[in-house]
Design a protein around this ligand. Structure first.
Ligand code: ADP
Ligand code: MG
Length: 299
C-alpha cells in the first residue's frame, strides 16, 4: 500500500474537519479526492504530507507512520499544495536547484535539467517565476513535487484557476507522471476525475461518502438504467412501455427514444423492434455522469 489512512479525525478548535476517515491507496493508482469546498480535502492532504498532525487515527505512507517517521515519509512524497507557494523573484532553474538542495540531491544540475524537460519547462526555464503564466507556474509546482523522484504524489487542486487549454495540458502531464507513481489529487470538478483518475473517493463535510472506480460510481448509484435508442421507423409508445422492466419512455425526436428501466432491456428492445417489423439504427446506455452522482451523494 502506498497510503493507508485509518479512522483519522481532525478537529480545529471546535470544528471537526475530518470525521474518522479511512481509505487506502495501492501503489500505482491515480485516485481523485473529490468534494465541495470545505469538505476536508486539503486537511487530509496536509496530514498525509506531514504538514499537519491529525487529532486521531493513523496514517502510513509507503509503510511509514507520518507521526513516527516523518522524514521517511517526506522522502517518498511529492506535494503540490493548494495555492502553490512559489518564490516569484527566483528564476525557474534557480528555484528548482534550491529545492533539489533541500532534498540533498547530489547531481543537482542534471536532475533539474531532467525535470525541466519532463514537465515541459524548457522554453521558460531561464525566466523568473513571476514572469510565467499560471499554467507554467503549475508546471514549476509539479517539478518541485517531482524533483526527488517520490513514489507518491499528492496534488491539491492542481488545475484550479487555469484556463481550459492549461487544464488539458496539466491533466495530461499528471496522467503521464501517474504511469510510474501513485497519485492522489483533489478536485471539486467531477469531469476532472472522469478525465484523469482510475478511482474516486468522494468526501463531504469530513466524511467519505463514496469510494469506488470512477466507472462503478457512475453506474452503481444510478437507480435506473437509461437507454437511448433510434428505431428505423415509427413505434407505438404504449407497446414500448409494456416491455418487461421498462419504467418510463420518452420520445426525444422522430424515432429516437429514451427508455428508463430497472434492468438491462437492450435485448428485449431489439426483439421488440423485430416483432414490430422495424429496425434498431442505434442503441446505447446513457451514462450517469459523476456530477449527477455527486449531487445525489452530497445533497
Ligand atoms: P477543502 O480543501 O475540501 O476545501 P479544508 O480541508 O481546507 O477543505 O477545510 C475543511 C474545513 O476545516 C473547513 O470548514 C475549513 O474552514 C476548516 N479549516 C481548514 N483549515 C483550518 C484552520 N487552520 N483552522 C480552522 N479551521 C480550518
Ligand atoms: Mg482545499
Amino acid at each position: 500500500m502506498s497510503i493507508e489512512v485509518k479512522e483519522v479525525s481532525k478537529i480545529y478548535g471546535s470544528q471537526k474537519a475530518l470525521n474518522e476517515v479511512s481509505f487506502s491507496i495501492k501503489k500505482g493508482e491515480i485516485v481523485g479526492f473529490l468534494g465541495p469546498n470545505g469538505a476536508g480535502k486539503s486537511t487530509m492532504m496536509k496530514i498525509i504530507t506531514c504538514f499537519l498532525p491529525q487529532s486521531k487515527g493513523e496514517v502510513k505512507v509507503c509503510g511509514f507512520d507520518v507521526s513516527e517517521d516523518p522524514m521517511e515519509v517526506k522522502k517518498r512524497v511529492g506535494y503540490l499544495p493548494e495555492h502553490n507557494p512559489l518564490y516569484l523573484d527566483m528564476y525557474v532553474r534557480e528555484y528548482l536547484g534550491f529545492i533539489a538542495g533541500l532534498h540533498g540531491i547530489k547531481n543537482k544540475k542534471e536532475r533539474v535539467a531532467e525535470i525541466v524537460k519532463q514537465v515541459g519547462l524548457q522554453v521558460e526555464q531561464h525566466k523568473p517565476i513571476g514572469a510565467l503564466s499560471k499554467g507554467y507556474r503549475q508546471r514549476v509546482g509539479l517539478a518541485q513535487a517531482l524533483i526527488h523522484d517520490p513514489e507518491v504524489l499528492i496534488l491539491d487542486e492542481p488545475t484550479t484557476g487555469l484556463d481550459p487549454n492549461q487544464i488539458v495540458e496539466i491533466r495530461n502531464l499528471i496522467k503521464s507522471v501517474g504511469k510510474s507513481k501513485t497519485v492522489m489529487m483533489s478536485t471539486h470538478i467531477m469531469q476532472e476525475v472522469e478525465a484523469v483518475c482510475d478511482r474516486v473517493i468522494i468526501v463531504n463535510k469530513g466524511n467519505i461518502v463514496a469510494d469506488d472506480s470512477s466507472q462503478n460510481i457512475a453506474v452503481d448509484s444510478s437507480k435506473e438504467l437509461v437507454i437511448k435508442v433510434e428505431f428505423g421507423g415509427a413505434i407505438n409508445q404504449n407497446e414500448l412501455n409494456a416491455i418487461s422492466g421498462v419504467t418510463k419512455v420518452q420520445q426525444v425526436e422522430g424515432s429516437v427514444w429514451l427508455i428508463a428501466a430497472t434492468e438491462d432491456v437492450r435485448d428485449a428492445v431489439f426483439k421488440f423492434s423485430v416483432a414490430n417489423e422495424t429496425s434498431v439504427l442505434e442503441m446505447q446506455k446513457v451514462e450517469q455522469s459523476l456530477e449527477d452522482v455527486f449531487k445525489s451523494l452530497t445533497a
